[in-house]
Write a protein that binds this ligand. Structure first.
Ligand code: AVJ
Length: 316
């Protein structure tokens, strides 16, 4: 049996600093939990389920763009045979590039190394000729690939509009760090575009309530990370479309007064009080280019779907 390699960037996944980060968030005036904690093993599976919803247009649309422009994309990305997938998740989008790009090495980077260990062995079996490596890493604050990963002849792939989790300011910080690690390749990035409120509401508050389950599961993820006792039945998923800041905001709202304890602290959430869990920023053609230019990129190739919902950009 062929086995992928695994690497854990232990500094960024230090359980003590992750716990501190959660505590600090919980004790904020408006409580918050970083969206990376959505992706424990169950959360990663729930997110994959969301990507199968017809209402969740980003995945469908990005796949459509990848399929439609496959050969153009391959031509533009050139002969770099190493693919570095940031926030790889179930690795499906990267997989669709293996053949067109003639990928020889694949690095799947994700916060959830546990989920990568579910996904990568299957992928490795399907593509025995590709060298595969799973890297467990939190790059929400700092992004520096382990020194054993050579980025020569590599293209970076950041699909799904995960960039939308960052504010434009922190996105710039992240993209600058990506740019500094690009040698002779570039960055293929998926970006969600601003659209009708009804479409966003359907996608982020879907009728099957998968997104609600995904969002509420962050409380269980926090329970196991810091030994807290959140009761998920005391909260409900709720979203806000923030027009001025061009983003969808996800929250958990307390349905009753509820006190939560963890090993080193506690907090009372009053009925109606919110915990912020995620921002999903939407861009325009111009605003994303502006951000990429401010991050040090200078040349762009863009592919978009017919509804103008989503954009795939190769930036160098
Ligand atoms: C993985 C960050 C791109 O913002 O659309 C999906 C996460 N949250 N439904 C997004 C998400 C709720 C997703 N990203």
């Amino acid at each position: 049996m062929l086995e992928p390699n695994y690497l854990t960037e232990t500094q960024s996944l230090n359980p003590v600093s992750l716990s501190h980060e959660i505590e600090n968030g919980l004790l904020g005036n408006l409580a918050s939990i970083s969206p990376k904690f959505l992706y424990d093993s169950l959360g990663s599976h729930l997110f994959t389920a969301i990507t199968l919803l017809p209402e969740y247009y980003p995945t469908i649309t990005e796949k459509e763009i990848l399929n439609t422009y496959q050969s153009q994309i391959a031509e533009t990305l050139g002969l770099n045979k190493i693919l570095i997938d940031l926030g790889a998740g179930n690795c499906q989008k990267a997989e669709s590039l293996f053949k067109p790009l003639a990928t020889s090495s694949y690095f799947a980077v994700d916060f959830s190394i546990d989920y990568l260990k579910v996904i990568l062995p299957q992928l490795q079996n399907k593509y025995p000729e590709i060298q595969m490596c799973g890297i467990g890493m939190d790059f929400s604050d700092q992004f520096q690939l382990p020194s054993s990963v050579s980025t020569h002849n590599a293209n970076f792939f950041y699909p799904g509009s995960s960039i939308g989790n960052f504010t434009p300011e922190t996105a710039k910080h992240f993209l600058k760090q990506v740019k500094s690690q690009i040698r002779n390749g570039g960055l293929l990035i998926g970006v969600d575009l601003m659209k009708d409120e009804a479409v966003l509401t359907d996608a982020y508050d879907d009728p099957l309530k998968l997104t609600a389950a995904f969002n509420l599961n962050i409380l269980r993820s926090v329970n196991s990370q810091i030994g807290a006792n959140f009761d998920v039945t005391h909260f409900k998923h709720t979203i806000k479309i923030n027009h001025p800041l061009k983003r969808v905001e996800l929250y958990l709202e307390a349905l009753v007064d509820t006190k939560v304890n963890w090993s080193t602290g506690e907090r009372l959430f009053k009925k109606g009080e919110l915990i912020h869990t995620e921002n999903s920023h939407k861009y325009s053609d111009d605003s994303i280019k502006e951000l990429l230019i401010a991050s040090g990129f200078s040349a762009f190739e863009t592919w978009t779907d017919s509804k103008n919902y989503f954009s795939l950009i190769y930036a160098t």
